[in-house]
Design a protein around this ligand. Sequence first.
Ligand code: NAP
Length: 463
Amino acid sequence: MRRIVLTGFRGAGKTEIGRILASRLNIPFIDTDDLIETRTGRSIPDIFHDEGEERFRSIERQVIASLPPADVIVSTGGGVVCDPKNMEYLRRDSTVVLLFADIDTIEKRLMKKPRPPLTGLTLHEEIAAMMDRRRKNYYASSDFCMDTSETSPAVAAEKILALLQNGVPTENQRSTALAFFKTGRLPLIPLKKLEEILTGPQRNPRTRIMGVAGFPCAHSRSPKLFNALFDFYHLDCHYTWFEDPELDEIMKVARMIDVKGLSVTIPFKHEVIQYLDEIDEHAAQEIGAVNTVVFACGTATGYNTDWLGVRKPLVPMKGAKAVLLGAGGVAAGAAYALIDLGMDVTILNRTPENAKKLAERFGCRWGSWEEFDRIRPDLVVNATPLGMQPDTRNPLRVDQLHKDMTVFDLVYTPPVTPLIEAARAQGCRTITGIEMFIEQAREQFYLFFGIEVADEKVRELVV
Ligand code: NAP
């Protein structure tokens, strides 16, 4: 049996439901808050009061790391999910069930067992603010979600047992989803694997499916990377390709089989927004493109991690004069990153009208391709598909590249594109699309699972 871990806000019902589950399954129950108090011989409010939250979190991390690996029900403290190391320990060989309830219900429950507030806010305000702050982490922590607002602990426990035994999608839904994958271009081996997971005799109902949504997306390295990370962190998930010309079809199937998350690629990064319940306010809303969708608690939340993938390798170039080639979905994220780094940005595009629209959104310059020579930038970022296999075209002529330029090609198949090859030959500093891929994937993994993967690990699995 895999370990069952309960996460959620204070008052969501973790302890009571955990005890019932443990007794129903005849396995031990551990409450990490109780364990902290037993090991330190002090109450949690005392630790907070005398030594502060940082010290408490450090003790909590040690306790989480020492938990037995299997055959146990673990109820966790409300803030456990915010620490990526905790999530790495808790998720290993475990199924994590997120318990949630509406604010009024949580408030009523907490009023029965008052505890010194952590902030100067009223209890209602404190719950709302902390839930908001931790929402992303709670979503990331969940393999399954259970709303306990209007359910007794006993009924919630029975529902969780049924979920763990059967999974969410019905037999009919799983067969319909399989038919979708069979009509697509999925190669034989990944298709067989999906068939096993969805309808095979050894089906594990706890296995969560995820994937990349695009058309085409067969070139994506995400399935190889994510499946290798699932093995590395012992996660019960499988990542595949959702390739279809109609996003509507993809989203229908994704919901039907209760996917945990989707990476979104060409041409759906903008279109996907209409299918979402929430969008990350600072990136996805301003950029207008979503490349990551997390499904949890009946909510689909969209984020953009592309811009972080462009930003990270360019941090040393703050304030540079930059030309961005292209004005599509990835270019929007790239423009956001360059402006965030205080760069003087000009967007050049095959269709200048599209460059104008993007530039007006971000308050930068724009123009047609021909204007490149006049600008003499310190940095060129290619956000067009030119050079992406099997295309061997170079977006710039060799004589347009100078040795004092940095050239960042966002295309990553092949790893060394014609533009990167030419730039290296001219003595330019170059950054390949793999750098962006690594960082955006690391951020995606964090949004999906709450775990921070080291750069080197992603590099080892991708390159
Ligand atoms: P997109 O939304 O389709 O935008 C493509 C942009 O390139 C548009 O501005 C388009 O100009 C321009 N373009 C297309 N074909 C062109 C051509 N033959 N000549 C000149 N310009 C052309 O695509 P996207 O989603 O932004 O993706 C762009 C590229 O980013 C992808 O091809 C992929 O290689 C790369 N990418 C890299 C990563 C990574 O992790 N490294 C992640 C995602 C994507 P118009 O406005 O005239 O149509």
